[in-house]
Design a binder for this molecule. Structure first.
Ligand code: HEC
Ligand code: HEC
Ligand code: HEC
Ligand code: HEC
Ligand code: HEC
Length: 182
């Protein structure tokens, strides 16, 4: 369990956007409060973001595809978090008068991205890529639960080695130590 507690430094989801070269300024000085750290039992408390993003509206009620926003999940190691531009593509028109959307629009106009608290993560010594899993038709929900019905994304149970291995056994994927360990 030692590995679980060895937290990554405050990794804001905005960092993913670096990958697409969208943001250069990430407030890496911002540390999550201890209460947002996943417990050893793995149930992470609520995600913290500047605007309360709700998957039940977007992925649930309006059925926007996961890959529409997490556009790198089938292409790269990281799934990616949508940029402000993506949000504003709809919110230039939708719910304009809502205070949350006004905040979103203001941030976008300032050229700043919203910050989100990361929920899922693995220790740095693990090699993991979304691409190969999504391409092998492993559903998002097998690893993340039913996100479309979560107002706030939470991790239901930890990614222990046993959990990776039991699926790998069933699906005949790698069980070599060096397959997952860097
Ligand atoms: C309209 C855009 C949008 C859609 C559609 C969407 N998401 Fe998200 N997702 C986000 C944003 C923004 C965040 C960061 C804020 C948060 O954690 O709620 C996020 C966060 C997440 C996280 C937490 C990542 C982490 O570790 O912090 C997971 C897992 C996730 N989404 C999975 C899904 C799945 C699965 C679907 C489809 C059922 C989906 N999302 C649909 C925008 C979207
Ligand atoms: C494909 C279109 C689409 C995209 C992309 C999209 N949204 Fe939305 N969003 C909606 C719709 C539709 C609603 C529901 C509006 C309503 O009920 O009036 C909504 C509602 C919201 C609300 C609640 C507004 C309120 O107070 O009623 C927030 C906050 C929000 N979205 C944030 C975001 C963020 C942040 C992003 C980018 C990560 C995003 N949305 C991307 C379509 C979209
Ligand atoms: C085999 C399990 C698995 C599947 C399938 C999976 N994920 Fe993930 N996801 C993870 C793990 C593990 C992490 C944490 C990775 C890390 O720390 O490097 C993660 C992290 C994320 C994140 C956080 C930020 C990022 O860019 O990686 C998002 C968003 C996300 N997943 C969305 C999705 C979506 C959407 C799908 C389906 C298209 C999906 N995931 C499928 C296991 C999975
Ligand atoms: C729900 C099922 C499932 C879970 C959970 C899962 N995987 Fe996988 N994984 C697969 C499948 C299926 C493949 C095979 C993909 C292929 O060969 O096309 C795979 C392939 C891989 C590969 C590539 C192996 C190679 O041959 O190059 C790595 C690395 C990997 N997974 C790491 C992980 C890690 C680390 C975890 C836990 C955090 C994990 N996986 C959890 C189903 C899963
Ligand atoms: C399918 C992916 C996968 C394979 C294959 C795998 N591991 Fe792991 N291993 C993990 C993950 C994920 C963790 C982190 C678990 C956690 O944080 O709870 C881990 C953690 C560990 C740890 C704990 C490290 C620490 O610092 O606490 C040891 C030791 C370990 N693995 C050894 C092995 C050995 C030996 C093998 C080969 C027999 C192996 N692993 C194969 C995914 C894998």
């Amino acid at each position: 369990m030692r590995a679980r507690r060895r937290r990554r430094p405050a990794l804001l989801l905005g960092a993913t956007a670096l990958f697409v070269g969208l943001i250069a300024t990430i407030a890496s000085s911002q540390t999550p409060s201890p209460s947002t750290a996943p417990s050893a039992s793995g149930s992470a408390p609520a995600a913290v973001g500047e605007v309360a993003f709700d998957h039940t509206i977007h992925a649930g009620k309006y059925g926007i595809a996961c890959l529409d926003c997490h556009a790198y999940a089938d292409k790269a190691a990281s799934a990616g978090i949508p940029s402000g531009r993506k949000c504003m593509g709809c919110h230039k028109f939708v719910a304009k008068e809502s205070p949350a959307i006004q905040k979103l629009a203001a941030r976008f106009a300032e050229g700043e991205s919203l910050k989100w608290q990361r929920v899922f993560y693995l220790p740095d010594y693990i090699y993991f890529s979304h691409r190969m899993h999504v391409r092998a038709d492993v559903a998002c929900s097998e690893c993340h639960g039913d996100v479309a019905s979560m107002k706030t994304v939470t991790q239901d149970r930890p990614f222990t080695m046993g959990r990776c291995l039991s699926c790998h056994e069933q699906r005949n994927a790698t069980r070599d130590c060096v397959g997952c360990h860097k």
